[in-house]
Design a protein around this ligand. Sequence first.
Ligand code: ARG
Length: 460
Amino acid sequence: MKLWGGRFETGASDVFERFSGSLHFDKKLIDADCRGSQAFAQALERVGILSAAECTALFEAFEQIHVDAVQPEFFEGATDEDVHTLVIRKLRERVGALADKIHTGRSRNEQVSLDIRLWLREQIDTILHRLIGVMSALIPMARRYPDAVVPGYTHVRRAQAVLWPHYLLAYFEMFARDRQRFLETRARVNVLPLGSGALAGSGFPFDREAMARDLGFDSISRNSMDVAADRDFALDFLYAASVCMLHLSRLSEDWILYSSEEFGWLELGDGVTSGSSLMPQKKNPDSLELIRGKSGRVFGDLTSLLVTMKGLPMTYNRDMQEDKEPLFDAAAQLDASLEMLQVVIDSTRLNAAKPAAAAEESWVVATDLAEALARAGTPFHSAHQLVGRLVLESVNQGKKPSDWSAAELAAFAPEFTADMAKLLDPTEGMKTRALAGGTAPAAVAKAIDEAEARLQSWKR
Ligand code: ARG
């Protein structure tokens, strides 16, 4: 069955049918298609195209189709052009000729926009839930090691000491922004396109506000040509998914390194690692590597749709059918990656002595010393020079910070007062970073509480 054909003398070639058909992937939209069509049947009743009894018959038939669609044999042997065509064929099997009325004043161009919006809305809600799960897993890990000191890095060089919970909360903030981005995306997705027709607006005076209410949309679209041409909402989703995958990938990269023998900070659970078929000693971080790998794939999905849309003349073009597979793929990969990361976090333990030793034996305290000198009146530039010379001297003599006594420091330069020597311990200087957003233990304890309170409010 086709939704068109009167104008053609011969049927489509087999090759074209196979080439252009989208049912094998857009069947994912069947729930959305049925729900959208139910709301549309009600709209047709309101404008008098359907009687109340006809509307009820169609409504119930869509309900049944939607239920039947979970059976694998439902799609067996189907050669329909796309999911919208299949649903109408199934409708005709149930209600006969009455099915021919459902597409009155409606186009597949708006239907496909509607279905993707309904489907995406649900995906976004699932992802928001998973994001909360990942953020929730970070909190107990932060609380388990309230005073674990690690070197923070820039350029992969030890920079300044920070608390492990401070590091974890950095990711919490990234995921909190991801949550925000998905909520903003959801608002742009949650707009009713129905009533736009193929591109010019429907010729029937549908109550679009009522359809929006029936389908849980916040608002209605304002321009029918925009609806036919627009995939911004899909791109918004792919961008939000890409940035979120980027965060997952960076955390994965960190933890792959931190759990290596070279670092030895983290022990990943057996349940999220795998062995080697040849090397008996291996415990590989495959879960994290796959998350990192999948991030590239999701960026590809974003790029794919950007390039598909670029240069399309107004309004709908069949190219736009290529929107679905990247979208489905990105949603599935992001969902699976978030689920995986939460399990990884839950299974991971910090061997706090290792990073503490790394901080202790390096010059992560250099900034603390320079700032203490500045607080005591030495202009910062001179203080920086002075500590730089202290570090150079130490490197040349093979000394670490704790090898210096207060007397030796004072002998090196009189600007070093006795109380500055305690800053050679990385846990000391950290206490000065007590302003909001800093890594002082008190600031971090407060930040953990605040993060937890925000999480609670998001769960409500
Ligand atoms: N399967 C099509 C898609 O996903 C539905 C719209 C078809 N419209 C058309 N004018 N051929 O874009």
